[in-house]
Design a protein around this ligand. Structure first.
Ligand code: COA
Length: 375
């Protein structure tokens, strides 16, 4: 039995949702066959979510219907608002998110219906409600009135509006829209794999998404984005970046926002888009984080040969948008929910229980000593 630590390189399932491959030394990321660069340039989050869920780009009429359905599903039941009010205000928003999703599940009498039509309906509801959960919780914990969803606004615009209480400008909302597209799916990343493992037991969709949110929160996955901004704040000025990186590497500590299990020595295509976005926003908003980030990236490459990952420049994008640090991971979830639900449904539709084996390395055949004979 050969053990592949971290399941590195193991092909655990078939999928028709996203393709991550390296061709001629260049990384490719496609959703349902469409290149991520084309989607970032031309698509919207709503259209991308439709593509991931249904497999094809929508017609104009299909997209309009889908957008309207999401708008109708944005508002939260009063019980969920009550829950957000009662959680301690120091609760991390990711913990709030998974608790609220679990509560939504408890309110759905048909949560165990996992046929295609029911699963799609629940996926739409989760895509629509996650931004509202995040924005409402933030307003509640900061003692501000709730700003209810505005059906005149698209998904990204409406989130920023509910969070900040004013309609964002076109540059801000498009930046978030593109960021959400870039986060919408990424094959068998840890949280999506977690969601598929739960789905393979035929657990309900809320349970699968709660499992995925738990995995996303860890600093080696989506939690890295929050750590990146904390690092940039600690560095504070570009000229301190190299000394910071060297100190970290000397102590054998990880630098958050760098390295990737799949993109080894090739640049993650999402990073190209996010870097451009971060640079543009920093210029417009007069934010200093991009310049510091660039110096960190240069130093990490020079001293460790590692490239930045998706969490590195997305942290600069969120900082320029004035988003609180602890909302970075929930915003990742807000994008990834489309991919998670698409994968859960793909797993339900062609299921076999995911149950790998482990190589036992512990002691064997030990003689049981009754408690009274032990010291
Ligand atoms: N900072 C410093 N060193 C890093 C590193 C980082 N961010 N990421 C990897 N390395 C180093 C490891 O220490 C190891 O070095 P060594 O061979 O000298 O011991 C080598 O690179 C391989 O690392 P490994 O942990 O085996 O790679 P992995 O494929 O298991 O890990 C990640 C992938 C993403 C978990 C890892 O790169 C990481 O921890 N990154 C930081 C967290 C992060 O940004 N996560 C978001 C991912 S999208």
């Amino acid at each position: 039995m050969e053990v592949k630590e971290g399941l590195e390189g193991i092909i655990a399932c078939k999928t028709a949702i996203s393709r991550v491959e390296v061709e001629d030394g260049k990384a490719i990321l496609e959703y349902r066959g469409y290149n991520i660069h084309d989607l970032a340039k031309h698509s919207t989050y709503e259209e991308t979510a439709y593509l991931l869920l249904f497999g094809d780009l929508p017609s104009r009429r299909e997209l309009k219907t889908f957008e309207e359905e999401l708008k109708d599903l944005r508002e939260l039941p009063a019980q969920i608002i009550g829950l957000l009010t009662h959680l301690p205000p120091f609760t991390h928003p990711m913990v709030v998110l998974r608790t609220a999703i679990s509560y939504l599940g408890s309110m759905d009498r048909e949560k165990h219906f996992i046929d295609y039509d029911h699963a799609i309906q629940k996926a739409k509801s989760l895509i629509a409600k996650i931004p509202t959960i995040i924005a409402y919780y933030h307003r509640i914990r900061t003692g501000q009135n709730l700003v209810h969803p505005n059906p005149e606004l698209n998904h990204a615009e409406n989130f920023l509006y509910m969070l900040k209480g004013e309609v964002p400008d076109r540059i801000e909302s498009r930046a978030l829209d593109v960021d959400l597209i870039l986060h919408a799916d990424h094959e068998l990343n840890a949280s999506t794999f977690t969601a598929r493992v739960a789905a393979s037991t035929l657990a309900d969709i809320y349970a699968c998404v709660v499992a995925a949110t738990g995995a996303l929160m860890g600093p080696l996955h989506g939690g890295a984005a929050q750590k990146v901004i904390e690092m940039l704040r600690e560095i504070a000025v570009p000229w301190r970046a190299e000394e910071y990186v060297l100190r970290k590497l000397e102590r054998k500590e990880r630098i958050m926002g760098f390295g990737h299990r799949v993109y080894k020595n090739v640049l993650d295509p999402r990073v190209v888009e996010l870097r451009n976005l971060a640079k543009k926003l920093a210029k417009i908003k007069g934010s200093k984080w991009f310049d510091i980030a660039e110096e960190v990236a240069k130093a990490v490459y020079k001293h460790k040969g590692l490239l930045p990952n998706v969490d590195f420049y997305s942290a600069c994008v969120y900082a320029s948008l004035g988003i609180p640090d602890d909302l970075y991971i929930p915003i990742f979830a807000m994008g990834r929910i489309a991919g998670w639900t698409a994968h859960i449904i793909e797993q339900y539709m062609n299921n076999r229980l995911i149950r790998p084996r482990a190589l036992y390395v512990g002691e064997r055949n030990r003689r049981y000593v009754p408690l009274k004979e032990r010291p």
